[in-house]
Design a protein around this ligand. Structure first.
Ligand SMILES: [Zn+2]
Length: 149
């Protein structure tokens, strides 16, 4: 359980400034209806996820640059790949954690939801007649399995 405990501790340690730095900015569209707001505690998961994704992209960029250097030290690859793998595991799990916790606390049966500016949870119009959670903030993963049936 060490891995999960340590992940939860890192999420718990996310500060208000870090939450604000990762706040969603997409405005609410006219055909969307506000049904809730993301609870403050839960914002930490999303802030952690997004900051980690940024950090991982930056590590990748720096490592790719290093590869192009003539005196590149191949020994750094192993640690880099370990870091990429472990951050990847955290990114994969924090996304469904966020949506699972959000859906579980939602006093609404809305199935097409998105997160907008000021942490508003909105119901969005159904598309193609198929219910789905729109991962506007997290980038498109299919989490329909988390929907209540
Ligand atoms: Zn490498």
């Amino acid at each position: 359980m060490e891995w999960l405990k340590s992940l939860l501790a890192k999420i718990e340690a996310v500060t208000e400034a870090e939450i604000n730095a990762q706040a969603p900015t997409e405005p609410i569209e006219v055909n969307e209806r506000i049904i809730s707001e993301v609870p403050v505690e839960l914002r930490k998961i999303l802030a952690y996820h997004n900051a980690l994704a940024e950090k991982r992209r930056e590590l990748q960029r720096v490592h790719d640059d290093e590869h192009d250097q003539p005196n590149f030290a191949r020994e750094t690859c192993e640690e880099f790949h370990r870091t990429i793998a472990s951050t990847g595991r955290e990114l994969k799990i924090t996304e469904p954690l966020f949506w699972g916790e959000l859906l579980n606390g939602l006093k609404s049966d809305a199935e097409n939801i998105a997160i907008r500016a000021d942490w508003k949870v909105v119901e969005i119009p159904e598309q193609d007649g198929k219910p789905s959670i729109k991962m506007v903030v997290l980038g498109g993963a299919d989490l329909r399995g988390l929907l209540r049936t």
